[in-house]
Design a protein around this ligand. Structure first.
Ligand code: CO
Length: 171
């Protein structure tokens, strides 16, 4: 397995809408496993495929971090079927924004339809931080970044940090 460089804010690939995966072949499985390794090495909670340069609808999530399941997971072609609970504000970071943490509003409960590495469709529910991470990653697949969820006043406050991230710094 190999680690793949993570793209940072300012790179056009982060704004692309990713395409559904139709054929889970050997080279794609290798890429998805590399994505997972890259996430673990970077100590991220999640990592979307376009953050390492490939515009396909998949992301990795490290469930280990949440004490929910005992292994990281690769989620393919995720769709949000339902959201519920409350809308709460919580802190988020992103491997494409080194050092930046912001308070973002998300629903507390979601139901997701997805495909596993064997191509099988399945549904699962997630809550709290897991739901937050999954929604953050699905946004990546649509070219949406967490800073897009901020008010213009909030975005103004981090303008200089965003510029520094674009210049390759950690903020
Ligand atoms: Co992110």
């Amino acid at each position: 397995m190999s680690l793949i460089p993570i793209r940072v804010y300012g790179e056009p690939v982060l704004r692309k809408v990713s395409s559904p995966i139709e054929n889970i072949n050997g080279s794609l499985v290798k890429f998805l496993k590399d994505m997972n390794e890259t996430m673990l090495a970077a100590r991220g909670l999640g990592l979307a495929a376009n953050q390492i340069g490939k515009t396909v609808r998949a992301f990795a999530i490290d469930m280990n971090q949440f004490d929910v399941l005992d292994e990281p997971r690769i989620i393919i072609n995720p769709e949000v079927m339902e959201t519920g609970g409350e809308i709460v504000t919580g802190e988020e970071g992103c491997l494409s924004f080194p050092g930046l943490y912001q308070m973002i509003e998300r629903p507390t409960k979601i139901t997701i339809k997805s495909v596993n590495l064997d191509g099988k469709e399945y549904y699962f529910d997630a809550q709290g931080l897991v739901a937050r991470v999954i929604l953050h990653e699905i946004d990546h697949l649509d070219g949406v970044l967490f800073i897009d969820k901020l008010s213009s006043a909030q975005r103004n406050l981090i303008k200089s940090k965003l510029k520094r991230i674009k210049d390759g710094e950690r903020v």
